[in-house]
Design a protein. Structure first.
Lengths: 212, 186, 190
């Protein structure tokens, strides 16, 4: 009987401990592609979180009756249904955003994050916990997308969410809007995230040594 | 045997529910998507034919062309949507042209994936304005590095010659097709 | 002539990995050794080509005639999943060494956004059957090229003094960024 983890933790862990991008390195394709601006990052984050939550909840509720051999096929079927729903709703109600995000909305279906969480968690846990897990991972993902999008938008066009922040005198870093900028920014952010994790670990290890 | 039955049942059940849900959402979404498409086209048409109040789609197979009318139902020319290969990918544009098909009124770039900062400048007013009142009697030409000396010439964007040329070629191609349809000799 | 442009466009100018960000997961996961990069690349080219044919058939024989475009995503992804399963069985029979080298990344080709992306792009751009096949060959080759170059660089990086936090994914992404900048130079070919 495994130890029951607090419900708070199921949610919070997605925000940093097992952060989809910074710790699990999942969902990198859309992360790089849509973060040319903060609003695109936000929209993609919301769409992905929606699919993640609904898929996880459904998959968790049928986890006991799905035979092992068709596990992946069934999960993919469920995930692609919700992705299509998001795609259709966006095309109907948010046409400009839909155009801006382009093919990456349908590509949510192959976002390793969703299938990954389904495999690793939703298929083995109760509904409410799966919901929290999905909410946490989705929120973590969304925050990272908004941060990345803001950095690239700020340095590439002087604006964040369309509001000009930097003065006109600031020479824009065109590379930030290009694919190269995406790779570089994410690579640097990932490196710093790792460095921070390492620093914290060493700090707490030192404290343990001292108190002994 | 029971296992196989279970597998088939689960898959069929999931696929059916999925299909049902999707076709319902699709039914709901269809009218909105169509509305958006029409709104986008109307906006684009009236952008390149500023006195236009009504339009009518023409039945030309290979071309997306519209006859435009003003508030008194007089024909003020055409609006044509056409696309072709740009530098990095396809460019889709719309342009307004007069009834006699010899003067461009205005152009708008609808879709492009050109190089940011260079090719994307084709969407700026500076470039689009070069097409206002352009003589389209015969083929429109691109000139590089100097101001146009004839009223059928357009100056290319410095550093984005291919993108600029692509725009001109798309327009030339569309006009040729429209003239052919209307039986006008080039 | 158009076909050549489609091929070079997909392979170099709009390289699937470096311009469209498709196929990043395997790009980071499998690019540490040149040999596994080549194997993965070939598997991807194969899956992409067959996928382009099958998805074109589905699109033109079922989806469009019966106005079922909204079933594109589920049908495409199920086709890809089955194809990958099939390729996995074939590789296992033909060479267990390659099978072991590719490990978890073989089934992961299913979630390789590059394959689904390819099918969706071909549908969006309304390519003919021949154009779709050439597009797939170009995209797959470009993917393989990026993967192999990356593997070559990473093999060298093994000997370099990369700071610990940056080892693995971060430095790979930074190198990919520089590679992407380089590939932008191809934009002048056509």
């Amino acid at each position: 009987m495994k130890k029951q983890v607090s419900l708070h933790y199921e949610f919070l862990k997605g925000l940093w401990e097992i952060h989809p991008i910074f710790k699990q390195a999942l969902g990198l394709c859309p992360t790089l592609a849509v973060t040319v601006s903060a609003i695109n990052g936000l929209a993609m984050g919301l769409a992905t979180t929606f699919v993640l939550i609904f898929s996880s909840v459904i998959i968790s509720s049928i986890r006991k009756i799905v035979p092992n051999q068709v596990r992946i096929a069934t999960f993919i079927l469920i995930i692609s249904t919700f992705v299509t729903i998001v795609d259709l709703v966006m095309k109907a109600k948010f046409p400009e955003l839909s155009k801006a995000l382009g093919p990456f909305i349908p590509l949510i279906v192959v976002n390793c994050l969703i299938l990954g969480r389904a495999e690793a968690f939703a298929s083995k846990n109760k509904i409410f916990r799966s919901f929290l897990d999905a909410l946490g991972n989705g929120t973590g993902f969304l925050l990272a997308l908004v941060v990345l999008g803001s950095i690239r938008e700020l340095l590439g066009t002087r604006c964040i969410f369309g509001f000009q922040i930097l003065p006109d005198g600031f020479s824009t870093w065109m590379v930030m809007i290009l694919p190269a900028g995406a790779f570089l920014t994410l690579g640097l952010l990932l490196g710093f995230a790792n460095a921070y994790t390492k620093w914290k670990k060493e700090k707490s290890e030192k404290e343990i040594l001292i108190t002994n | 045997m029971k296992k196989i039955l279970q597998i088939i049942l689960v898959l069929t059940f999931t696929a059916s529910i999925s299909g049902f849900v999707l076709s319902s959402v699709n039914k709901w979404a269809r009218p909105f998507i169509e509305e958006n498409r029409i709104r986008a086209i109307s906006q684009a048409i009236f952008l390149v034919q500023s006195e236009g109040k009504k339009y009518e789609k023409l039945n030309i197979g290979e071309l997306d062309a519209y006859k435009v009318f003003d508030e008194n139902n007089n024909s003020i020319g055409f609006a044509v949507v056409h696309q072709g290969n740009g530098f990095q990918g396809p460019i889709k544009l719309i342009f307004g042209i007069n009834e006699e098909l010899n003067r461009i009124k205005s152009i708008e770039i609808l879709e492009q994936v050109e190089t940011p900062g260079l090719g994307t400048l084709i969407t700026e007013d500076d470039f689009k304005n070069r097409f206002k009142n352009l003589n389209a009697q015969s083929i429109i030409k691109i000139v590089k590095g100097k101001k146009p000396s004839n009223d059928y010439e357009v100056q290319a964007i410095t550093g984005a010659t291919i993108s600029s040329k692509a725009v001109v070629e798309i327009i030339n191609d569309a006009i040729a097709k429209l003239k052919k349809h209307n039986g006008i000799e080039k | 002539m158009d076909l050549i442009i489609i091929f070079i466009g997909a392979a170099l100018i709009n390289n699937f990995v470096l311009s469209y960000f498709l196929g990043i997961c395997p790009f980071i996961g499998v690019s540490s050794k040149i040999s596994s990069a080549i194997s993965m690349g070939l598997a991807v080219i194969f899956v992409m080509t067959i996928t382009s044919i099958v998805s074109w058939l589905i699109n033109h024989l079922i989806l469009i005639p019966y106005h079922l475009e909204f079933l594109t995503i589920p049908s495409f992804i199920l086709v890809i999943a089955s194809l990958v399963q099939f390729v996995e069985m074939v590789i296992k029979k033909v060479s267990s060494a390659i099978y072991r080298a590719l490990g978890i990344f073989l089934p992961l080709i299913t979630t390789n956004c590059a394959i689904l992306g390819l099918a969706l792009f071909a549908q969006m751009r309304d390519y003919s059957l021949i154009e779709s096949i050439i597009f797939a060959l170009g995209a797959g080759s470009g993917f393989t090229l990026a993967l192999v170059i990356m593997a070559g660089i990473r093999e060298e990086l093994e000997l370099a003094n990369v700071p610990e936090p940056f080892q693995g994914a971060p430095i790979t992404l930074i190198v990919a960024g520089l590679l992407a900048l380089t590939f932008m130079g191809f934009a002048g070919i056509i």
